[in-house]
Design a protein around this ligand. Structure first.
Ligand code: SF4
Length: 180
């Protein structure tokens, strides 16, 4: 019997739209389930990644210290790491804050104003600290493949997964990576 490909996924500074697009392969999920097994993922609600996972799919850029830890752990534990979507590739929409300092962003959100009667800056040690800016994942770890798009189309996920399962290089032809 064919060994199942193990897959772990996570969302760093992302919106989960890339995960939704993966689910958009629809009825092909049934065929995929015969050949893959999900490890840590919001799709399984498994919180810890196992050692020796075949494929890690990373959605979102890196915006805080917890994101850094998660990304480094995925890189250590996954044989193949994939940057999924514009946020993982470039920082995406969350990186719009890079024009400002983290302190200014916190002051804008929690420093009072229309929604807060008084400033209430988050300082609980349980909360991950914001980084100075939002980073694309390739600035912190080596990446093996990228799936561009916001989100990448479902067929791009299908091509990546079936190619890796069949032992060939994925082919992301133009319709699978255009944005117009
Ligand atoms: Fe969401 Fe788009 Fe970023 Fe994916 S690339 S996490 S869909 S904003």
């Amino acid at each position: 019997m064919e060994r199942k490909l193990t897959i772990a996924t996570c969302s760093l500074a992302g919106c989960f739209g890339c995960h939704m697009s993966l689910l958009d392969i629809d009825e092909r999920l049934a065929a995929l389930a015969e050949r893959v097994a999900f490890d840590r993922s919001p799709l399984t609600d498994v919180k810890c990644i196992s050692a020796g996972v075949d494929l890690g799919l990373i959605e979102g850029g890196v915006c805080n210290e917890e994101n850094v830890e998660t990304l480094l752990e995925f890189r250590r534990r996954c044989r193949i790491l994939v940057a999924v979507g514009a946020c993982a590739l470039t920082g995406g929409v969350p990186a719009l804050r890079n024009r400002f300092s983290a302190a200014d962003c916190l002051a804008e959100a929690y420093g009072g104003g229309a929604t807060l009667a008084a400033p209430l800056l988050p300082d609980d040690p349980e909360l991950p600290r914001l980084l100075d800016k939002v980073y694309p994942i390739h600035e912190l770890v080596a990446v093996d493949y990228v799936l561009p798009g916001c989100p990448p189309p479902a067929d791009a996920f299908w091509e990546l997964l079936t190619a890796l399962l069949d032992g060939r290089e994925p082919r992301l032809d133009y319709p699978l990576r255009r944005f117009d």
